[in-house]
Write a protein that binds this ligand. Structure first.
Ligand SMILES: Cc1cc2nc3c(=O)[nH]c(=O)nc-3n(C[C@H](O)[C@H](O)[C@H](O)COP(=O)(O)OP(=O)(O)OC[C@H]3O[C@@H](n4cnc5c(N)ncnc54)[C@H](O)[C@@H]3O)c2cc1C
Length: 419
């Protein structure tokens, strides 16, 4: 049986291991933390949002970024200190502006295709992840934002996504808890939300049942290939250990760039920092005052998701500041202020802040496919939509690996893949 190593136990690594185990491969998952989903897949915005498929490669993003450059509480913040990594990434970001339309349509198409896999896997494996199929409401405070959303809606429609404009009165009917004055909104009924950490944890248990060898607490120090097979060197207190495989899939989030370089590939992922707060809804008034429908506020670039009865997650902002993971008080404050303004009945005394690094490609499209060596593969670089896209890209990479290395007999749920 062909052996495959998957590096990374975030949403992309665990879904990839699942897709490969289901295809009958002998899979080893390598994760440096003691548990799955402890980095970017820990406390994100929760949105499974085809309606957020618009890529950021647009001149308006550059103009806004320049305006916000010196404002510490702005939705987008760039540390002006130059680095080759940042400069090369921005150059490629600008170079991808001509593909804005095509990449937005393609992302919408992928996001829609992801749904059936994700929901089917959760059902097959009995995973409770606070899934809410209540739709996503995009809210706009001014005419310009609303009109731009109209243009985006036409692109999303080309990708197969229905999204309708709604009046302020209709917005109030869709989500009665939302306070404030709005110009209008766009509602996507078929979008949903869920807890990425709970899902990834549940699927990590499922892959063990399928026979995947899950090695947690192992740091992959080096990767190499002779073109036919791939090797992985694990660092440990007892010294380094080298393992060999027929194939290797890199799903290491923001670390994928450095691993790819060792394998002779350029995967120019930049760590784009974002923040979230999880508001604990500890009293009845707060639970009744927090929204059920997920929101995306295009002006502040914040998203929100209701996770179960007693948690409300707000996430967003983009910060270009290298691999720094510090939780900055001045970046968390606007998230709490947003809750206080939009949902004044919610008590914000119990708020858990978090920061994560989005593994983002300059063209905002995930890197899914073969590397330069025939036994090396990538499923990484999902940026702001890794939760939304993970199930479809895992399915895609499963097919690519099977085509490249030969397809073993598929395995039914609950059956061991490794003899
Ligand atoms: C604030 C914020 C809000 C977001 N909101 C949304 C949203 O609403 N909807 C959406 O679709 N997406 C959202 N995203 C994006 C989404 O969370 C990410 O795209 C996704 O979690 C990335 O998953 P990943 O598996 O690629 O990376 P990670 O989850 O970071 O997983 C990579 C794993 O690789 C491991 N690893 C790395 N190097 C090594 C090594 N050398 N050895 C062993 N293990 C290694 C790491 O420990 C890590 O566990 C958001 C992101 C942020 C930051």
């Amino acid at each position: 049986m062909k052996t495959i190593a998957v590096i990374g136990g975030g949403i992309t690594g665990v879904t990839t291991a699942y897709a490969l185990a289901k295809r009958g491969f002998s899979v080893t998952l390598l994760e440096k933390h003691r548990y799955a989903a402890m980095e970017t897949s820990f406390a994100n915005g929760g949105q499974l949002s085809a309606s957020n498929a618009e890529v950021w490669n647009h001149w308006s993003t550059i103009v806004k970024g320049l305006k916000w450059m010196l404002k510490s509480d702005a939705p987008l913040l760039v540390n002006p200190k130059p680095s080759w990594h940042k400069l090369s990434w921005f150059a490629e970001f600008i170079g991808s502006i001509p593909h804005y339309r095509q990449n937005t349509i393609e992302t919408a198409r992928l996001a829609i295709a992801a749904r059936e896999h994700l929901f089917a896997w959760a059902e097959a494996e009995g995973i409770d992840f606070d899934l809410k199929k209540k739709g996503i409401l995009h809210i706009y405070r001014d005419k310009a934002g609303f009109e731009h959303a109209g243009q985006v809606s036409r692109l999303l429609a080309e990708g197969g996504l229905p999204r309708r404009s709604v009046t302020p009165e209709e917005m109030r009917a869709i989500e009665p808890t939302l306070a404030g004055t709005y110009y209008g909104g766009y509602f996507t009924e078929c979008d949903s939300t869920g807890d990425i950490h709970k899902f990834t944890h549940g699927l990590a248990m499922a892959i063990e049942r399928l026979g995947v060898r899950c090695l947690y607490g192992v740091d992959v120090q080096a990767v190499a290939t002779d073109g036919k097979r791939a090797s992985v060197t694990l660092g440990g207190v007892a010294g380094d250990e080298r393992l060999e495989f027929d194939g290797l899939v890199v799903c290491a989030g923001t670390a994928s760039r450095a691993l790819a370089a060792q394998l002779g590939d350029r995967v120019n992922i930049y760590p784009v920092k974002g923040y979230s707060i999880t508001v604990n809804l500890t009293d009845e008034v707060s639970r009744a005052s927090a929204p059920i429908v997920s929101l995306l506020d295009d002006e502040t670039k914040l998203v929100s998701s209701r996770l179960g009865d007693d948690r409300f997650r707000v996430a967003g902002t983009a910060e270009f500041n290298g691999y720094n993971r510090d939780i900055r008080a001045d970046r968390i404050r606007p998230l709490v202020d947003w809750v206080n303004q939009c949902f004044p009945g919610v008590n914000t005394r119990s708020v858990v802040p978090w920061a994560g690094l989005r593994p983002m490609m300059p063209n905002m499209m995930p890197k899914v496919g073969r590397g330069s060596a025939p036994c090396v593969f990538y499923n990484t670089g999902h940026g702001h939509l890794g939760w939304t896209l993970s199930a479809i890209t895992a399915d895609m990479i499963g097919d690519v690996v099977a085509q490249s290395l030969g397809r073993p007999a598929p395995v039914a749920s609950g059956q061991a893949a490794i003899a």
